[in-house]
Ligand binder design. Structure first.
Ligand code: PLP
Length: 386
């Protein structure tokens, strides 16, 4: 079937080009991109360093099978191991977030010998049969059931429920350090610490899905190192990353502790660590680190939260860290998003029916934030027609 509407809902704006925090449509209208297509362009659209790295690699080697060492892949593995929290030095590269989580669940099962998976209500971990089993939303799962057995869902943030769910049969506890798709929810203080303690005590693998939260998004390289999320930081046994890692080219990575890697079992994927995407990822990591995009995310995110609090924009709640923010609105999020796009040329995202989600490129500046605040005020403030 060639009709694109088959699996994607179509937006009324066709995009022709991108630069920095802006996208340009085919009719020449410039949009401010507050969604970064789900956090996939942290360095901004077409960052010159990333584009140059891709062009150079394309002229040298597009692809060779993963069992041949290639410098650009080895470099990326080394850098990800260095960037990882704790000693998660074993790197498995793949092509998407869902694949990174699929590998995490497989590795956890084979390394522990357990079968049960504990996941959180409202969680999103992907759409392959395995990761879909650990995803909460019934709408995504119903047509494809039965999926994996032995998955138990617990209330996100409830330490007692988590402790009760984990037993000797449990292979993995999988959690997002801040829930994204589910509506931008931070864990209660001490929750990730409890998850670490209960999994260590039962030889269960603790998996943090940092596909949306990772790589500076929340103001720290990883959300599990963020004080507001886990006091002092919590290191999992497996951490997954994807989305913005190659500035928009398809990639995922599963970072594992030694005991997981040693018991990982056979796994593979044809395009794992292909040189072109690795070149884009190396350049992306360069920009993230050299330009301290985590620091910028922390500063500009804080600015947005402070300005929203002191404004007359009526919001039920503002949640998040850094440039991962959820604005709970009174009327439907989709109406607000439509007005932002069509009246103010600002693109943002939903997270459920009532949350406007902001995941802009991490190069965002305060002046861009001001444009968003003005637009929100125009759409939502009491003087506006409601
Ligand atoms: C997007 C996302 C995934 C799935 O990644 P894909 O690249 O779309 O397969 C998994 N977990 C989280 C937290 C995500 O945000």
């Amino acid at each position: 079937m060639s009709d694109h509407g088959f699996v994607f809902s179509q937006k009324p704006i066709s995009i022709a080009a991108g630069e920095g925090v802006h996208l340009t449509s085919e009719d020449g209208t410039e949009y401010l991109d507050f969604g970064a297509s789900y956090a996939c362009t942290p360095t901004g659209h077409c960052h010159p360093q990333v584009v140059e790295a891709i062009q150079q690699q394309a002229g040298e080697l597009l692809y060779v099978q993963g069992s041949y060492p290639v410098e650009t892949r080895t470099n990326l593995e080394t850098r990800l191991a260095a960037l990882a929290p704790g000693d998660l030095e074993n790197v498995w590269l793949c092509n998407s977030g869902t694949e990174a989580n699929e590998a995490a669940l497989k590795f956890a099962r084979s390394a522990t010998g357990g079968t049960k998976i504990v996941a959180a209500k409202r969680a999103f971990h992907g759409r392959t049969a395995g990761t879909l089993s650990a995803t909460w939303k019934p709408k995504y799962k119903k047509p494809f059931e039965p999926l994996l057995e032995h998955v138990e869902f617990v209330t996100y943030g409830d330490a007692e429920e988590l402790e009760a769910a984990v037993d000797d049969e449990t292979a993995a506890v999988i959690l997002e350090p801040i829930q994204g798709e589910g509506g931008i929810h931070l864990p209660d203080s001490g929750y990730l610490e409890t998850a670490r303690a209960v999994t260590t005590a039962t030889n269960t693998a603790l998996i943090f899905d940092e596909i949306q939260t990772g790589l500076g998004r929340t103001g720290a390289t990883w959300a599990c190192q963020h004080d507001a999320v886990a006091a002092g930081g919590v290191t999992p046994d497996i951490l997954t990353t994807a989305k913005g890692l190659a500035s928009g080219l398809p990639i995922g990575a599963t970072l594992c502790a030694d005991w997981i890697a040693e018991g990982a079992g056979p796994h593979g994927s044809t395009f794992s660590g292909n040189p072109l995407v690795c070149a884009a990822a190396n350049a992306t990591v360069d920009v993230l680190v050299d330009d301290d995009l985590a620091g910028n995310a922390a500063a500009v995110g804080e600015y947005i939260q402070t300005e929203l609090e002191s404004s007359n924009i009526p919001l039920r709640d503002v949640r998040g860290e850094g440039l991962m923010l959820g604005l709970e609105v009174k009327r439907g999020a989709n109406r607000v998003l439509r007005d932002l796009a069509l009246e103010h040329q600002i693109l943002a995202l939903p997270a459920g029916r009532t949350v406007v989600r902001l995941l802009p490129p991490l190069v965002l500046e305060e002046t861009h934030a001001d444009a968003l605040l003005e637009a929100l005020s125009d759409i939502l403030a009491p003087t506006a027609q409601s």
